[in-house]
Design a protein around this ligand. Structure first.
Ligand code: GAP
Length: 441
């Protein structure tokens, strides 16, 4: 594991909270877990969905120059041959002849010393290990049935370029956005969901006239950095880092990463790359199809250049959790609260009757029924009210609505704000507009 900053305790607290409150569980846990794969529990699935929805909202819903796509995860070798992934999407591996452990050569502190047993000069010659998961489509496992699980969602966009152009009436500059699972047989996984073999990406390929690439690259770097700030990550925890030439992917002429200050140091959330005309040109060559654009105004035909903001949904979710985690002293006790942006909060409202008596739970369920069509709600009638508030604070729920015996008289409820803990008495009839006014869509 990389060196931890003094804030290492934060990492353990967030991982612990994720397990304890149902955000993230190790996959196949009852069988001892499975190789750095994770399942998203009842709360995590809501948070992850909200992260993806927030991205989709800003990329597709609020713009008229970007359309969506959902391409297949399985694809034939021809796609990866053309994209260059079969030839170059690999890491150098070495084996220690002394203890038998395997390592990524480019991650070793000393390329001559095994970090497991300390032996010098025991490594085999490096060999390239392709990170793509290979499988077979159909009942026969032969060369003709080989398929790959996509290691990035981007290629599904490039191979659909002509389909989208022919059906969507978009013209450069325009983009195609996609959210979905990607798979990489990573040699080194770790830091919880930061690097896993199965993960979700949120990628957008923006097609522009040749020559306009650098301008749009600047635009998307600024735009994407702003998205994280707008969704609650403080600027001091974010930075843009430009890749050194020897770091660049095989398709990129320039890349900047949006990085987040994780407890162990700066880590990538998103790469913004100038993919030039590399992908469309390669797919046109390999498939024999025309993947270009005829500009009627100038009477010229060109292969658009691509600027790609490519983010990880699962990794970004983790950054939002780390940034939102807070502890404060309240009347001599520590209160843990997730100060998540309202748009990302798993539940927007929790309905909490003060007592389990039917006298109160009946009306509480009626209030719940009013709120559910508008907001994702939780309902909880167990334990003392203070403990229920603490639980909702840990889930990041912006508002708790409490019904007490007085509610039966005045037809009003108490609304408690997660961050300030201030309480308002609100008429049941006014509750939906009250919450709508305070919760951003
Ligand atoms: N299409 C370009 C592309 O895939 P990338 O930098 O390899 O670029 C984009 O991946 C984002 O996907 C990363 O910034 C990261 O957030 C996420 N990502 C990549 N590999 C990951 C892994 N093994 N586990 C979790 N997230 C990953």
């Amino acid at each position: 594991m990389p060196e931890r900053s003094p804030d290492a305790a934060l990492f353990d607290k967030v991982v612990n909270l994720c397990k304890r409150r149902g955000f993230v569980f190790p996959s196949a846990e009852i069988y001892g877990g499975f190789r750095s794969t994770y399942d998203y529990g009842p709360i995590g699935v809501l948070l992850l969905r909200n992260v993806k929805d927030a991205w989709w909202r800003s990329m597709v819903q609020l713009r008229d120059d970007i359309v969506g796509l959902d391409a297949a995860i399985l694809s034939p070798p021809a796609v990866w041959e053309a994209s260059g992934h079969l030839a170059t999407f690999s890491d150098p591996l070495v084996d220690c002849r002394h203890c038998g452990t395997r390592h990524r050569q480019d991650e070793l502190d000393d390329p001559d010393v095994c970090p497991t047993c300390g032996t010098r000069g025991s490594f085999t010659e490096p060999r390239q290990f392709n990170l793509m998961f290979k499988t077979h489509a159909g009942p026969v496992e032969d060369d003709a049935s080989v398929a790959y699980l996509r290691p990035e969602t981007a290629q599904g966009i490039f191979v659909n370029f002509a389909n989208v152009v022919n059906t969507s009436r978009k013209r450069p500059p325009f983009g195609i956005a996609q959210i979905g699972k990607s798979f990489r047989n990573e040699i080194t996984t770790g830091n919880f969901v930061f690097r896993t073999r199965e993960f979700e990406q949120m990628e957008m390929e923006y097609f522009v006239p040749p020559g306009d690439g650098p301008r749009w690259f600047e635009y998307w770097c600024a735009e994407r950095l702003r998205w994280y700030v707008d969704h609650g990550i403080p600027e001091r925890l974010l930075r843009l880092r430009s890749h050194d030439p020897d770091e660049l992917s095989h398709y990129s002429s320039g890349t900047s990463d949006v990085e987040f200050l994780f407890p162990w140091g700066w880590g990538e959330l998103e790469g913004i790359a100038q993919r030039t005309d590399f992908d469309l040109t390669r797919h046109a060559e390999h498939s024999g199809e025309k993947l270009d654009w005829f500009d009627q105004a100038s009477g010229t035909r060109y292969v658009p250049h691509v600027v790609e903001p490519a983010a990880g949904a699962t990794r970004t979710m983790m950054a939002f959790l780390m940034a939102a985690y807070d502890e404060e002293e309240v009347r001599g006790e520590t209160r843990t609260v997730l100060r998540l942006h309202h748009r990302l909060a798993p539940y927007k409202v929790a309905v909490l009757p003060l007592s389990k008596k039917a006298e109160l739970t009946g009306p509480a369920r009626e209030v719940l029924g009013r709120l559910q069509p508008r907001f994702m709600c939780d309902y909880d009638e167990t334990q003392a009210i203070g403990r229920r508030y603490r639980r909702q604070d840990e889930l990041g729920t912006p508002f708790c609505v409490t019904l007490d015996f007085e509610s039966l008289e005045d037809e009003a409820v108490t609304v408690r704000d997660r961050d300030s803990m201030d309480q308002d008495r609100v008429a049941v009839e006014e509750l939906v507009p009250y919450l709508e006014e305070r919760l951003e869509p």
